[in-house]
Design a protein around this ligand. Structure first.
Ligand code: P6P
Length: 340
C-alpha cells in the first residue's frame, strides 16, 4: 500500500538521483507540466457546469474548430512553460509555428524543447468522453538564446521524456524519461498524482484492434486484408479480435497499453500521410510504447527514426503490442504498400 503514497514529484526526484549528471531541470519541467494538467483536469471536469463548452469560433492550424477548452489548455501550458524557465521553445497543435522563449523569466539555461497536444480528442469534450494532453521533451541543440526551428525538428529517438494525461473516470498521468513507463492517478482530495502503475509493460500480443472502419473503403488493399484477417474466426490465433475505438487517441492508446492492442490510423485516399501528427502524437506515444515493450511504426519505418520536416506533419501510425504491429506490417509489405 505504501507505494501508492508515492507522489509523482517524489518519483521523478528518485529517478533523477539515478542520473549523476542530472541538474534537476527536467524534474522541474515535468512538475510544471503536471501542474498544468491538474488545472486542466479541474476545468475538464467542470466543463459541463460552466459555460466553457462550445466553440470559440476560431479555427486552429489544422482547420479544426477550436473548442474553448483547447484554447484554455494551450494558453495554460504555454504560460506555465514560459514561467518555469526550463524550455527555450514550445510547439503546440494549437500554434501555427514554434513559440520561442527568451531567457527573461529567470536565469535557467532553458535547456529543453516541449511539443504538446494540449487537448487531444477535444471533439469528444461535449460528449463527456475521455480526452487527453500529450507532451514530448527534447534537449535543445542550439546553445543559448531562444530556441530555433532546428531545435524543434528532431527525430523522436532524441526525446528525453514523453507522456500523456488522460482525463477520464480518473485523471492519470503516464510518462517515461527513458527508464521505464510509470503511471500516476490524480487524487483530487490532496491534489497530488500518486503512483498507481510502476514500470508498465504492454502485452506482446493482444486480441484487440482500434481503427476507424468507416475509412475501410479508402484504405489500401493490404490494410483491408489485415482488418479482414483480424475479423476472421480462427481459435489458434485468437481471432476474431475485438474492435475497440473511442475516437480519442489518448483513451484508445491508454487502454491498449494496459490490456494489449494495436491502434491503427493508416494512410488512406483522403489522408495520404495519415491523420495523426508526428511531433506531438506519434513520437511521444511511440517513446512510451517502446519503453513498455511495444512497437510503433508508420507501417514500415520505426516512428522514432522519422526525420521530421515540419512541425505539424502527419504520419500513418501502427502502435501497440509488438506481435500485432509486426503482423500488420506483413500485410502492408506483402502488398508492397501499393497505392490505393
Ligand atoms: P477519426 C481526435 O480528433 C484525433 O486526433 C485522435 O484523438 C483520434 O484518435 C483521431 O483523431 C480520430 O480520428 O478520423 O477516427 O475521427
Amino acid at each position: 500500500m505504501l507505494n501508492k503514497l508515492q507522489t509523482l514529484y517524489r518519483h521523478i526526484i528518485e529517478e533523477e538521483r539515478k542520473i549523476p549528471e542530472a541538474t534537476g531541470q527536467l524534474s522541474d519541467l515535468l512538475g510544471d507540466i503536471a501542474l498544468a494538467c491538474k488545472v486542466i483536469s479541474l476545468e475538464v471536469n467542470r466543463a459541463g457546469l460552466i459555460d466553457i463548452l462550445g466553440m470559440t469560433g476560431e479555427k486552429n492550424v489544422q482547420g479544426e474548430e477550436v473548442k474553448k477548452l483547447d484554447d484554455y489548455a494551450n494558453t495554460l501550458l504555454k504560460r506555465i512553460m514560459q514561467m518555469g524557465g526550463h524550455a527555450c521553445a514550445l510547439c503546440s497543435e494549437e500554434e501555427e509555428t514554434f513559440v520561442p522563449i527568451d531567457e527573461v523569466y529567470n536565469d535557467f539555461s532553458h535547456k529543453y524543447i516541449v511539443h504538446f497536444d494540449p487537448l487531444d480528442g477535444s471533439s469528444n469534450i461535449d460528449a463527456n468522453i475521455s480526452i487527453g494532453t500529450i507532451f514530448s521533451i527534447y534537449k535543445r541543440i542550439s546553445t543559448k538564446g531562444p530556441g530555433t526551428i532546428e531545435d524543434c525538428l528532431q527525430p523522436g529517438y532524441r526525446q528525453v521524456a514523453a507522456g500523456y494525461v488522460v482525463y477520464g473516470s480518473s485523471t492519470i498521468m503516464v510518462y517515461t524519461a527513458g527508464k521505464g513507463v510509470h503511471g500516476f492517478t490524480l487524487d483530487p482530495s490532496v491534489g497530488e498524482f500518486l503512483l498507481s502503475y510502476r514500470n508498465m509493460t504492454t502485452p506482446k500480443k493482444s486480441k484487440t484492434y482500434s481503427a476507424n472502419e468507416g475509412n475501410y473503403g479508402k484504405w489500401s488493399s493490404g490494410m483491408r486484408k489485415y482488418i479482414d484477417y483480424l475479423k476472421a474466426s480462427d481459435g489458434k490465433t485468437g481471432r476474431p479480435y475485438s474492435s475497440r475505438y473511442v475516437g480519442s487517441l489518448v483513451a484508445d492508446f491508454h487502454r491498449n497499453l494496459l490490456y494489449g492492442g494495436i491502434f491503427i490510423y493508416p494512410a488512406d485516399e483522403k489522408n495520404r500521410n495519415g491523420k495523426l501528427r508526428l511531433m506531438y502524437e506519434a513520437n511521444p506515444l511511440a517513446f512510451i510504447v517502446e519503453q513498455a515493450g511495444g512497437r510503433a511504426t508508420n507501417g514500415e519505418k520505426r516512428i522514432l527514426d522519422i526525420q521530421p520536416e515540419s512541425l505539424h506533419q502527419r504520419t500513418p501510425l501502427f502502435i501497440g503490442s509488438e506481435d500485432d504491429v509486426v503482423q500488420a506490417e506483413k500485410f502492408l509489405l506483402f502488398e508492397n504498400g501499393k497505392e490505393f
